[in-house]
Design a protein around this ligand. Structure first.
Ligand SMILES: Nc1ncnc2c1ncn2[C@@H]1O[C@H](COP(=O)(O)OP(=O)(O)OP(=O)(O)O)[C@@H](O)[C@H]1O
Ligand SMILES: [Mg+2]
Length: 317
């Protein structure tokens, strides 16, 4: 089953991390999916959106981030179980209790430098490939938050993930970022690359004819596979980045138009994942848009802040 999705645009600030956060929470709250978020950005943006800063610092100081997993496996040649690095019960949305996270750390940059110095690219890619293949057996959806630019690590995610989604703003420079990614993909086709699930227009201003024009242009150009549903520019999505130490409802975090847009977008995403897998001969995953009980066994009423370091249970394969 193709379920791992790298979220990537070479351009910065287009909303990659925000989309990973909001899509993960919507898939959990409204589709009952077990979602693993892998934070592959040294800024640790999505990690800090999914847990309190003290919880994140604690995991970083205890050596429980994606960097520690990669250092052990790739640099130190130590067999390490990636499941040890998965944090359960993240997110401050009360209905989104099946979002899991492998957090990141600033040290990721140093790790990548070592990989390049020691020419460990092949080993890195093999490690990423094994991790994703195993994670796809355990989780319903795996979302990888990539940093802007094309680092050796990002290249590994893009070549080993099954699929990629490219967020863009409705502006010229962000769309150029998509073109860079497309050209990069075409450079070495024999090396493999994630299939494009589509382009998501983010921060669309409903009142702007220019934004509408860009969205239409992206949709008319079939190669983009642009999603019909765009995400509006909104205070709610901007504020979603700030993790609350108390739980709130999905509607409180993503009210009105934003919540509707997220639900429509996740329905489109699941339909496309189903279509890709059906075309590849895999059995179609459930793409129901109706609320279902979250499958993860998080204790009722536990706050995400309190449970952020709970790493003991992940869904079984
Ligand atoms: N739909 C939206 N409406 C309003 N603000 C948004 C929206 N999406 C994202 N933002 C804001 O835009 C900024 C950039 O978003 P985000 O960090 O998600 O982008 P990114 O592509 O992950 O950035 P980077 O390339 O640095 O990783 C953040 O301040 C975020 O809160
Ligand atoms: Mg980001």
């Amino acid at each position: 089953m193709k379920k791992s999705i790298a979220v990537m645009n070479t351009k910065g600030g287009v909303g990659k991390s925000t989309i990973v956060l909001a899509v993960a929470e919507t898939l959990s709250a409204f589709h009952g999916k077990n979602v693993l978020v892998i934070d592959s950005d040294s800024q640790a943006s999505v990690s800090s959106m999914l847990m309190t800063v003290p919880s994140l610092y604690k995991l970083q100081s205890e050596g429980l981030t994606v960097v520690d997993y990669l250092v052990a496996t790739v640099l130190n040649d130590t067999a390490t179980d990636w499941k040890k690095f998965v944090v359960r019960n993240v997110s401050d949305v009360d209905d989104a209790r099946s979002v899991y996270l492998i957090p990141s750390d600033m040290q990721l940059t140093l790790f990548e430098r070592e990989v390049s110095k020691e020419s460990l690219h092949v080993k890195l890619r093999t490690t990423i490939g094994t991790l994703l293949a195993e994670a796809e057996k355990v989780f319903d959806v795996v979302l990888i938050d990539c940093p802007p630019g094309l680092s050796v690590l990002t290249e590994s995610w893009l070549r080993e993930a099954s699929l990629h989604i490219s967020p863009t703003k409705a502006d010229y420079v962000s769309i150029c970022g998509l073109e860079v990614l497309r050209r990069f993909k075409a450079l070495n086709p024999e090396m493999g690359f994630a299939d494009s699930l589509g382009v998501v227009v983010n921060m669309k201003d409903r009142m702007s004819p220019a934004d509408e024009e860009y969205h239409r242009w992206l949709r008319d150009n079939g190669d983009n596979r642009c999603f019909a549903q765009a995400l509006p520019r909104s205070n709610a999505l901007q504020d979603a980045a700030r993790f609350h130490s108390y739980e709130r409802s999905f509607q409180a975090k993503y009210p009105g138009e934003v919540g509707h847009a997220l639900r429509a977008l996740t329905v489109e995403i699941l339909e496309r994942v189903t279509a890709v897998n059906a075309a590849a001969g895999a059995s179609a995953p459930d793409q129901s848009a109706s609320p279902k009980p979250a499958a993860a066994g998080a204790p009722a009423g536990a706050t995400a802040a309190a449970a952020a370091a709970d790493r003991t249970v992940i869904p079984s394969a």
